[in-house]
Design a protein around this ligand. Structure first.
Ligand SMILES: Nc1ncnc2c1ncn2[C@H]1C[C@H](O)[C@@H](COP(=O)(O)OP(=O)(O)OP(=O)(O)O)O1
Ligand SMILES: [Mg+2]
Length: 145
């Protein structure tokens, strides 16, 4: 879609490899304000900034995970579109692997975090478009494996 949304945001769908059960888990952060929703780390693109730079910056600001700790799958990305307070918002997410175990630290914007396998993450994130994104990213990883 080539729609220019009036609010642009970007982030990283971060996963880690797990030893048992599901092959990987996704990192979700819970907003510290209503509706206390869960999303991967992401946030608004600053004026003059591009989505890629914003996704990396927001991941560092919200989860204290730096670009150096990640292997970003540059070719695996998807943009969600949804309305917030009547304005169309776009959020471009890339898929990124957390290279080594790391304790997430949160900013004031979030009150909790968790790592969840696909089906749990789909339930936690609630929104249908996010479910499709997580399934697509998961398929990408399974094909790569
Ligand atoms: N994928 C989605 N589809 C529809 N609505 C969503 C989706 N994700 C979040 N929302 C809702 C939850 C909130 O009521 C509202 C704004 O949430 P969100 O886009 O996460 O922005 P935010 O202002 O909380 O954070 P940020 O600054 O990180 O963009 O939209
Ligand atoms: Mg944010």
């Amino acid at each position: 879609m080539s729609v220019q949304a009036s609010v642009r945001a970007a982030g990283m769908v971060i996963y880690r490899k797990t030893s048992a059960g599901s092959p990987f888990e996704f990192l979700l952060l819970q907003a510290s304000y209503p509706p206390y929703h869960w999303t991967p780390p992401k946030g608004h693109v600053d004026p003059g900034e591009d989505e890629w730079t914003a996704a990396i910056r927001e991941t560092q600001e919200e989860a204290y995970i730096t670009k150096e700790q990640l292997t970003i799958h540059e070719d695996c990305h998807k943009t969600l579109y949804y309305k917030v307070k009547g304005k169309m918002k776009s959020v471009k997410y890339w898929l990124a692997k957390l290279n080594d175990p790391f304790d997430v630290t949160l900013s004031d914007e979030h009150q909790n975090w968790k790592w969840e396998p696909l089906e749990e993450a789909v339930k936690t994130t609630v929104y249908a478009e996010m479910a499709t994104l997580l399934r697509d990213f998961s398929d990408y990883l399974l094909k790569k494996a």
